[in-house]
Ligand binder design. Sequence first.
Ligand code: NAD
Length: 457
Amino acid sequence: MSTLKIHNPATGQQIDERPADDAASVAAKAAAARAAQPAWAATALRERLAAIQRFRTGLVAELETLAATLTQEVGKPISQSRNEINGLLPRIDFFLAQTESAIADEAVFDDVGMSERIGHVPLGVVANISAWNYPYFVGCNVIVPALLTGNAVLYKPSEFATLSGLHITRLLHEAGVPEHVMQPLVGGGEIGGALLNQRIDGLFFTGSHATGVKIAQALAPRLVKLQLELGGKDPTYVRADADPKAAAESLADGAMYNTGQSCCSVERIYVHAAIHDAFVQHFVATVQGFKVGDPMAADTYIGAVTRAPQLAVLDAQVADAKAKGARLHMGGRRLPGPGNWYAPTVFTDVDHTMELMREESFGPVIGIQKVGSDNEAVALMNDTRYGLTAGVYTRDEAKARELLARVNAGSVYWNCCDRVSPRLPWSGHGDSGIGLTLSTHGIQTFTRPKAWHLRSP
Ligand code: NAD
């Protein structure tokens, strides 16, 4: 049997090794999930809710161990690993509170013996291929509502977050979710590929645009329900009337939190010329205050880059920006290993000829571009193939609403950034994806509507 070796990106050292799946074990797990799903769907909702409530209790009880594992396998600073698991709790609470009403039968017509109802039935066997950057968030955005609505889940955590994926699975089993209803698949892209070959009723993917396209192509002939939560190049505009210091501090956090490896990291900043220089000064000072180092240290803010190949992407964006005349204020280079390290990097004098302003950096690198008007800022924000989030910092709420209404993005922010709410749908426009998670829509998405036409005799 082959194994998956797990390395700590902060040290380069192997920290674990786990038996990996192969095509035969993936097929066996898919068949077991298929067989187990009807009984799970027939289990009373209150029992499924109770199991997820116990899962929540398990997360709280083991929080320190789970956070340490997460930090060791993805290089995330320990305070941010704790934040992620703590941040999952209100998401679970939302799903626990909302599932019953979200999937209740709806009576939509009743007249002279004819009635019409909408039911919500589980999809069946749901596959989840997931990313490493927030394994608890992106995994559970799918797993928890899928299980609550009566589906079986085949869960392929990222090969860079396997231990956390296995913790999630173990805690669900300990909480009473039957083993065959919730099954992990261990391995890399080839195991994700093997999962696509199984008889599945929905594929919920979080990851890069390139992989998302491959998955969509592979599934197209089979008409499987498909959701893709992909990358972004998320812009923010700081208007002339904004407080440059407050905006800079907020956006430095939005750009650098999780070492810049969030799908909704701030990736492009446009600042009105009237406050550009003051903004840049505060921004650079804030980033200089972020401690880079051992992810297990309590005061570390910037940790390791999780995947070694991303360092070359960052190098290439930096070289391209420099060659085209951008001004480097700090960073712009790898830090010495072992492990994968990149210095927090801030550029100004950037423009849209540069890769830095066009393609996802997914690291601690940001470009700040000076603009002369609201219209110029909106045009630049929309000059992208992506559309995950976008923001405006201004004192003028009406202006913020007007500008954000013109921006093509799934989520828009006024005076905030890098924020996800369980109550709101999480979705991308354009190459940032199709479908959604979270909100009551993100519960119903794991069901299909069934139309009941009922005539009394
Ligand atoms: P990735 O595309 O490299 O991998 C994602 C998953 O796909 C992994 O589990 C991987 O093993 C699997 N995979 C790879 N090739 C496959 C194939 N051919 N068939 C099936 N599965 C395959 O992405 P990543 O590096 O894990 O994640 C980073 C990306 O995810 C970034 O672009 C980020 O913006 C995006 N992301 C988006 C959201 C969102 O909500 N929109 C959230 C988190 C991350």
